[in-house]
Design a protein around this ligand. Structure first.
Ligand code: FAD
Ligand code: SIN
Length: 533
């Protein structure tokens, strides 16, 4: 089946949906989502969206906090434009119907998270993402120009590499003409031709064994663009959230929002001792990379599988009112957060790098934009400041939409793109081959390419991954296409890119920490010594 649309959007989180709502008056929009429309990382966001609204906060303070967290690798021009557009984008979400919590005075009740010098996080209790996603999906469903294909999987973007050799030779630069999309139920592969394509496919936390990310986060967008020879960058900066609920066997790991530490919760060891001030004067509210490494160190020192977050000193009614989801979730595993400490452990959380884009969300492939977690805009540098991700998605989908609408009338369809060629694929692969390889990839990445790295560990990871890569490519060539094998292939590419980029970085910077390149602060103290195990 072939289909033509003006705007093809891969992904139905905040990045995809806000872009869709903005461009829909200009042409036909198709959103493809590989699960149910609302099954996105966006839906699980707890803490909120950072934006400047009231004094004493200023754009400059938010800019400086973002730069400080990014450890000198942010693109300052991008940081400045993102933060100065933050107020407008949050007001827009409010106008679409999103409810953020207010104080009795009528002012927004802004929270504070790690690395923020002011209270500036708009939130809806501890389920901000759910509120945003619900609001946007409702808007999308009302729009006559927007169609959603849920439970459809984008396999690859279409470029001139899909044309015969003669046609391919004629074109200059790589161009995107749409995507091949699989309907896993019927096994049909659709050819979707578009003038403009937006990749908004989210993150890749499932490359690690423990992650807060939902199952959809398998790095498909990064892998598609890498295969199409677009530029990918900064993949070595994978953020581990310091506090996911320690509940072995649960996947994804349930997040315990940083806002809880902003509310006064304190990290402690099993013997109830605070430890964060040994590592950073900001204590439990230091930026994530520092807190995650400190927890990792404490766990290695004690031999325990987790540390604790203590809320017992906080006012009970306020705690339950502000964090109802966390309170209820913990009760299901026998923890009453008003009486018991919460066992927490770091988990892979956010991909700071991704598809390289410019200030209008343009990738290095023509007519292909990227926004949201999949994009690398330059905002985060070596480490993302909490709650800047939803903001980045809103800002860059807005900027991409303006640029795409300006140019769409000059773009045509590429009718010469052939349909998917499934000849030669006869094998219905055994699922065990895929699930086992996936576990191996996750274990390699977690053991050798996690919070603490070394040259030796990275080399070992690359050698091991190469074997799985070859086996999987062989299987892929012969197999009838399924979503699972495509996702495995994509995660292997993501793992490969993280390792390769980590190997190229001969320093410890932000989220990339290597015992072979200790920072000055580490030489003085605690971290590097503890990692010699
Ligand atoms: P997502 O919301 O993840 O959407 C991705 C979409 O792409 C989905 O619709 C998926 O089906 C689709 N997709 C992917 N691959 C394919 C494919 N091959 N074919 C078809 N469709 C595909 N950030 C903050 O700023 N504040 C927070 O408080 C916060 N809390 C978080 C809490 C949790 C538990 C998690 C996991 C993340 C949190 N983050 C937070 C990060 C933030 O939620 C995400 O970075 C952001 O929501 C990403 O939005 P997105 O639109 O880029 O992608
Ligand atoms: C959290 O609520 O702690 C997550 C915030 C984020 O990832 O930005």
């Amino acid at each position: 089946m072939r289909k033509k649309v003006d705007f093809l959007i891969i992904g139905s989180g905040i990045a995809g949906l806000t872009f869709a709502l903005k461009v829909a008056h200009k042409g036909k929009v198709l959103i493809v989502a590989k699960d149910k429309t609302d099954e996105t990382a966006t839906k699980y966001a707890q803490g909120g969206i950072a934006a400047v609204m009231y004094t004493p906060d200023t754009y400059e303070k938010h800019i400086q906090d973002t730069l400080k967290a990014g450890d000198g690798l942010n693109d300052e021009r991008i940081v400045r434009l993102t933060i100065t557009e933050s107020t407008e984008r949050v007001k827009e979400l409010i106008n679409w119907g999103t409810h953020f919590d207010k104080k009795k005075s009528g002012k927004y009740d802004l929270a504070r998270e790690g690395g923020h010098s002011e209270h500036r996080v708009f939130h809806h209790k501890d389920k901000t993402g759910y509120e945003i996603e619900k609001t946007l999906v409702a808007q999308i469903k009302e729009h006559p120009n927007i169609e959603i294909l849920q439970k459809h999987f984008a396999i690859d973007i279409l470029t001139q590499h899909h044309l015969g050799k003669e046609l391919n030779k004629k074109s200059k630069g790589i161009k995107c003409f749409g995507a091949y999309v699989l309907n896993p139920e019927t096994k049909e592969i659709m050819t979707i031709l578009s003038k403009v394509t937006l990749i908004a496919s989210g993150g890749a936390g499932n490359v690690y064994s423990t992650t807060t990310n939902p199952r959809i986060a398998t790095g498909d967008g990064v892998a598609m663009v890498y295969r199409a020879k677009g530029q990918i960058e900064n993949m070595e900066f994978f953020q581990f959230h310091p506090t996911s609920l320690y509940n072995p066997g649960e996947r994804p790991s349930f997040l315990i929002t940083e806002a809880l530490r902003g509310f006064g919760a304190i990290l402690k060891t099993a013997d109830e001792k605070e430890f964060m001030h040994k590592y950073d004067e900001r204590g439990s509210l230091a930026p994530r990379d520092i807190v995650a490494r400190a927890i990792d160190t404490e766990m290695k020192l004690s031999g325990e599988e987790h540390v604790y977050l203590d809320c017992r000193h906080l006012e009970k009614d306020d705690l339950i009112r502000e964090f109802p989801t966390i309170y209820a979730k913990c009760l299901t595993i026998g923890i009453d957060i008003t009486k018991d400490m919460i066992p927490v452990v770091p988990a892979a959380h956010y991909m700071c790098g991704g598809i390289k884009v410019d200030e209008y969300g343009r990738s290095t492939i023509q007519n292909l934009y990227a926004s949201g977690e999949v994009a690398s805009t330059g905002l985060h540098g070596a480490n993302r400041l909490a709650s800047n991700s939803l903001l980045e998605s809103a800002v860059f989908s807005h900027r991409s939409s303006l640029n795409a609408m300006e140019h769409i009338d000059d773009i045509g369809f590429c009718d010469e793109i052939p349909d998917w060629d499934a000849s030669g694929t006869v094998l219905n692969e055994e699922m065990i081959l895929i699930t086992q390889s996936l576990k191996e990839v996750q274990s390699i990445m977690s053991n050798y390419v996690g919070i603490v790295r070394s040259n030796l560990r990275l080399k070992r990871a690359l050698d091991r991954l190469e074997i799985i890569y070859k086996e999987t490519e062989d299987l892929y060539e012969k197999s009838v296409l399924t979503q699972r094998i495509c996702e495995l292939r994509n995660l292997i590419i993501v793992g490969y890119l993280i390792i390769k980029m980590a190997m190229q970085r001969k320093e410890s910077r932000g989220l990339h920490f290597s015992i072979d390149y200790p920072n000055d602060s580490d030489k003085n103290g605690y971290i590097s010594n503890n990692y010699e195990f």
